[in-house]
Design a protein around this ligand. Structure first.
Ligand code: PLP
Length: 402
């Protein structure tokens, strides 16, 4: 579908979130893209099959590398993110794992921010070293520390912004400057913001990763992930990471559900953020609350950076009560509307205490929890789309129990 409009070079984000990458004329006029439920494709002849496999003519071979529904999703996501190409995968971890296992080999160094989503942290701290990959975790709030950690064996620089679960904001341009002219890709996991709020490639990074399970799909009913970036690297991740390392392929039905979710992503993100700012202010002024970290609040240390690289404060916040973990447990158990649940980005508001959950996991040593940014009192809050007065009332009554 053409992206040009009379008098304008490019259609708006909302329009592209609905139309990009799909032309109904190619599918009997169907308004929505067909769901191609097939694992394999038929060749016209032996010679035709050989040519498709050799790349000498276009065509489909097998569902682990290409599927037409998945391709619409990849084209749309790449466009929204401002990337040349995209690859959709079975989950966010499928995207993280496929990217790292494609770009890193034995003897290489990964430089990453010390606060990462729990399973990404486990991957870099426990799995990658088993394959001879050196992992250096530093505080990306200090770009000089990042520059010092880069050596001639560094093959990937990796961070999340906003970071899970602290909601730290990392200055993307500062990390790009710290990398300097060295040919080392910078990958940003932008799951907490979604492309409607933040597009890291516009600030100079090379690859963007998303758990599409979260805001992109937005309804808590699928698992999927994506990596977006330049065509050469995305092709490499598809043909190595996806095809024979992880095989983490997204199903056509899931690809369709994410396309459906993307249509409302921009308006959902605006409403999420509007609710979030109101609730962040409520919490900040509540006598039982010790601290609140929400990028839309002036008190967030990364507020000015967030204003530069995000279109609003997003829908994720962390906060702590003066009564610490005990207070958090009482408050969470008292919630009546907000759900006690992991994950984020759904229409429903979700809240968890990561410290109490991570404690039960054999993969995260208690000594590592502070490095993950998981202080005992931290409560992670994914603000949903409910009527904000109802969310306010639920917070008040739950805090009254503390
Ligand atoms: C920042 C971030 N990246 C990656 C993931 C992994 O995504 P998935 O659960 O889709 O594998 C998550 C999941 O919570 C996340 O929060």
């Amino acid at each position: 579908m053409s992206d040009a409009k009379p008098g304008r070079n490019r259609q708006g984000f909302e329009t592209r979130a609905i139309h990009q990458g799909y032309d109904p004329a190619e599918a009997k006029g169907a308004l929505n893209p067909p769901i191609y439920m097939t694992s394999t494709y038929v060749f016209d002849s032996v010679a035709d099959g050989a040519e498709v496999i050799a790349g000498a003519q276009p065509g489909y071979i097998y569902g682990r590398s290409h599927n037409p529904t998945q391709e619409v999703l990849e084209a749309r996501l790449a466009d929204l993110e401002g990337a040349e190409a995209g690859l959709a995968l079975a989950s966010g971890m499928g995207a993280v794992g496929s990217t790292m296992l494609t770009l890193l080999s034995a003897g290489d160094r990964l430089v990453a921010h010390h606060t990462l989503y729990t399973n990404t942290h486990t991957l870099v701290k426990q799995a990658l070293p088993r394959f001879g990959i050196e992992v250096v975790l530093v505080d990306f709030n200090d770009p000089a520390a990042v520059a010092a950690a880069i050596n001639d064996r560094t093959r990937l620089i990796y961070f999340e912004t906003p970071a899970n679960p602290t909601v730290d904001i990392i200055d993307i341009e500062a990390i790009v400057a710290a990398r300097g002219s060295r040919d080392i890709p910078i990958a940003v996991d932008g799951t907490f913001a979604s492309p409607a709020v933040q597009r890291p490639i516009e600030f100079g990074c090379d690859l963007v990763i998303h758990s599409l399970t979260k805001f992109a799909s937005g309804h808590g009913d699928v698992l999927a992930g994506a990596v977006l970036g330049d065509t050469a690297r995305i092709d490499e991740i598809r043909s190595h990471g996806l095809r024979y390392i992880t095989g983490a392929v997204v199903s056509p039905m899931t690809a369709y559900l994410i396309l459906r979710g993307l249509k409302t992503l921009p308006i959902r993100m605006r409403q999420h953020a509007e609710n979030a700012l109101i609730l962040a202010r409520l919490l900040e002024s509540h006598p039982k609350v010790a601290w609140v970290r929400y990028p839309g609040l002036e008190s967030h240390p990364g507020h000015d950076i967030a204003r530069r690289q995000m279109s609003n404060g997003g829908a994720m916040m962390s906060f702590g009560l003066k009564d610490g973990l005990a207070g958090a447990t009482r408050m969470l158990d008292g919630l009546e509307l907000i759900s006690r649940a992991v994950s984020l980005g759904d229409a429903e508001s979700l809240m968890i205490s990561p410290a109490s959950l991570i404690r039960g996991r054999a993969t995260v040593h208690p000594d590592e929890q502070p490095a993950l940014g998981v202080t005992d009192d931290l409560i992670r809050f994914s603000i949903g789309l409910e009527t904000v007065e109802d969310l306010e009332a639920d917070l008040h009554q739950a805090l009254d129990r503390v």
